[in-house]
Design a protein around this ligand. Structure first.
Ligand code: DSN
Length: 455
């Protein structure tokens, strides 16, 4: 990937306020550790394409079938992106279609539901609080209102998928779509088992591989291809592309005699979206080109090595991990040994120490989604910066030190008591010596690892 620094001379000249904000964010990214598992750094080439004049063109429709004129070069961009997306997963264009127009992951998933289900039909997935995604049928989301969600649980002991339970529930509820793919699941997913179960109950099988699509394309996580009917992924996580998404679908799978690929295209446009963002699609094309390099394959393997090393380091510090470890790019720290609902304190304390991670529910969450009991960590960003296994011991120690330094702040179910505790925590944060020490060390350490796109 091109790691050259971006220069923002035009922004600086025309809008110094925005320029200053960009510079502050650059500084934050440079001096801190980014451990949110869904984030990464796009290459300078990806960023440049997104900032290009391709932004200026309206292109409703698809290559060679546009509503407006002047799209001969835009067609080239979108066709090239489709070709590279399929190649990144070794897919034959005669068997697989790909739609590269979704604006991001949520519209991609909604488009699949819109194409394949009538309102009120059943969508079976893992619940958000167990590690699923908002668009996998959560109450607060369109997917949970327009369709009828049926959730399969994780095994309460192992905190991993139990395919027998998935099968039993699928047989009982006979969903229209059976969905696999998660945002906070640290273990390997056996997509072929999901596809088999879907077949047995007459459901469409769908994988949302947004979190692991870079691992799949690099061959370090089992693939949902060719088993699943539909595969969605965002392009800005491990894949290091623009904020966007793509939908792969099996041409031969039919709904009411029509190919689901045609129905998905129609669901995106004119169903849900207008003009596609072709500047972003150009960036996605570059990301899929980068994903096919040997450098990227080495990177993806290193992401997993780093996550495993970080897991070891955290456990050696006495922290508990959901499922006892990780097979992929992310880890979920179970903070309940210190008490329920402590994610908010830990997230803020880490941020104060220049370590960005996110509070997260854990399976069987004992507190609440707003005051969850877990911490989600991931290695895609720090691996892009060049961190190796040896560095993970130090990273784990910093995280553990910070967590332990705030472990005695408590979550109270009663609103007033809770707010008083949060206020006390915030007041005392500035005087927390452990955090001050970790921040200094993190800032010094990070200065040795450049961030792509930043000087
Ligand atoms: N917000 C993303 C994540 O962090 O996993 C999913 O949409």
């Amino acid at each position: 990937m091109t790691r050259r620094a971006m220069n923002y001379t035009n922004v600086q000249a025309e809008d110094p306020e925005i320029y200053q904000i960009i510079k502050k964010e650059e500084q934050r990214q440079k001096e801190g550790l980014e451990l949110i598992p869904s984030e990464n750094y796009a290459s300078a080439a990806v960023l440049e394409a997104m900032g290009s004049i391709l932004n200026d063109k309206y292109a409703e429709g698809y290559p060679k079938k546009r509503y407006y004129g002047g799209n001969q070069f835009i067609d080239e961009v979108e066709s090239l992106c489709q070709k590279r997306a399929l190649a990144a997963y070794g897919l034959d264009p005669k068997e697989w279609a790909v739609n590269v127009q979704p604006l991001s992951g949520s519209p991609a998933n909604i488009a699949v539901y819109f194409a394949l289900m009538n309102f009120g039909e059943k969508l079976m997935a893992l619940q958000l609080t167990e590690g699923g995604h908002l668009t996998h049928g959560a109450d607060a989301n369109f997917s949970g209102r327009a369709y009828k969600p049926v959730f399969y649980p994780l095994d309460p002991q192992s905190q991993m998928l139990d395919y027998d339970v998935v099968r039993k529930l699928a047989q009982e509820h006979r969903p229209k779509i059976l969905l696999a793919g998660y945002t906070a699941y640290p273990r390997t997913i056996d997509f072929s088992k999901f596809a088999q179960i879907a077949k047995e109950v007459g459901a469409y099988s769908m994988a949302d591989i947004s979190h692991i699509s870079g691992l799949v394309s690099a061959g370090v996580h089992p693939s949902p291809f060719p088993d699943m009917d539909v595969v969605t992924t965002t392009t800005h996580k491990l894949l290091r592309g623009p904020r966007a998404a793509v939908i792969f679908s099996k041409r031969a799978t039919l709904k009411d005699g029509k190919s689901i690929s045609e129905l998905i295209d129609k669901a995106i446009f004119p169903g849900l979206q207008g003009g596609p963002h072709e500047h972003t699609i150009a960036g996605v094309a570059i990301a899929f080109k980068e994903a096919q390099t040997s450098e990227f394959k080495t990177y993806a393997a290193q992401v997993i090595k780093n996550a495993k090393a970080l897991a070891e380091s955290l456990m050696a510090e006495g922290l508990k991990l959901v499922s006892g470890g990780t097979d992929n790019h992310l880890l979920l720290v179970d903070l309940t040994p210190f008490g329920p609902g402590k994610g908010i304190f830990v997230q803020q304390a880490l941020e104060e120490a220049s370590i960005t991670a996110n509070k997260n529910t854990i399976p069987g969450e004992p507190a609440s989604p707003f005051f969850p009991s877990g911490l989600r960590l991931g290695t895609p960003s720090i691996t892009t910066r060049g961190f190796k296994e040896g560095d993970m011991q130090q990273v784990g120690k910093w995280i553990a030190d910070v967590i332990k330094s705030v472990k005695d702040y408590n979550y109270f179910p009663e609103k007033e008591k809770r707010q008083a505790e949060i206020d006390r925590f915030k007041k005392e944060l500035a005087n927390n010596e452990v955090i001050a020490k970790v921040r200094k060390e993190v800032n010094e350490f990070c200065s040795k690892f450049p961030v792509p796109g930043i000087e």
